[in-house]
Design a protein around this ligand. Structure first.
Ligand SMILES: C[S@@+](CC[C@H](N)C(=O)[O-])C[C@H]1O[C@@H](n2cnc3c(N)ncnc32)[C@H](O)[C@@H]1O
Length: 249
């Protein structure tokens, strides 16, 4: 339903679309509408490529994620490309894993587009944290146990554990914490959390390659999960979740 009155997608505009955690049936209806109407789709390295079945066969597909060990294009270059396609009058979809507003550098793309007066909309997607909770069969909040949820990046621009993390907040026993991009730094984080007083038996889980046939789930205490990640160094993208909301699931 391209061009439906409630959700216009005019030529020369851009939609930042969340692809969700990988399964095509977790795309939103609006995401599918945008993919069907797009003339150009710039897409990340997604868990699955099922979304391609919704893309118009005439559309140009541009991969801008990390592929087969090749470095991904620099963010400036991606922003430049999006602007160039929109200025050429195309309907452009920028398809991102999960939700475009969570650790997806959409702010930089929004700025680049708005600076030159290009219309841009955000189409939300299911972020990996909630997709992983569903895969675990767990609720991220739990009455009387987990009163808040925090979404945290586990690495800074150099790939290290960010130095300015609020460790006290991350050691809050009444929170559920979801760590993005944290598989390499989780062991170092757990050391700091234990020093801050986190109970070493706090339940945790890793969901690797959610939404793909290679999906793998590992459960244990934070200490066990940290040991496992240090020993195994999983290849796929990993969502790490810990907190007492995960007990008994
Ligand atoms: C750059 S962030 C993108 C987050 C995305 N915008 C979202 O809302 O889920 C990449 C991180 O998201 C998580 N992630 C993305 N896709 C995943 C998947 N299929 N399985 C597990 N974790 C995933 C991992 O923590 C990965 O390091």
């Amino acid at each position: 339903m391209p061009g439906s009155p409630t959700s216009p997608f005019p030529p020369g505009s851009v939609a930042l679309v969340g692809a969700g955690p990988g399964d095509a049936d977790l795309l939103t209806l609006r995401a599918i509408q945008r993919l069907q109407a797009a003339e150009v789709v710039l897409y990340d390295d997604l868990a699955g490529e099922d979304f391609m079945s919704f893309v118009n066969s005439e559309a140009e597909l541009v991969a801008v994620g990390k592929r087969a060990g090749h470095p991904s294009p620099k963010q400036d270059e991606v922003s430049r490309l999006i602007v160039a396609y929109a200025r050429a009058g195309k309907r452009v979809v920028r398809l991102k894993a999960g939700d475009p507003t969570i650790f997806a550098r959409s702010d930089e793309e929004l700025r680049a587009l708005r600076d030159v007066g290009i219309t841009v909309e955000i189409v939300p997607g299911i972020t990996t944290a909630t997709g992983a909770a569903a895969a675990l069969g767990a609720s991220l909040t739990k009455r009387g146990v987990a009163r808040r949820v925090q979404l945290v990046t586990g690495h800074d621009v150099d790939g290290r554990l960010p130095g300015d993390l609020d460790i006290a907040a991350l050691a809050d026993p009444a929170a559920t914490t979801c760590i993005y991009m944290g598989k390499a730094t989780f062991p170092a984080l757990v050391e700091r959390l234990l020093a801050e007083g986190l109970d070493p038996s706090t339940p945790a889980a890793v969901v690797e390659s959610l939404g793909s046939p290679e999906m793998r789930v590992v459960r244990g205490s934070v200490v066990e999960i940290a040991r496992q990640l240090a020993a195994e160094r999983p290849h796929g993208a990993c969502m790490i979740i810990y907190g007492f909301a995960l007990a008994q699931v």
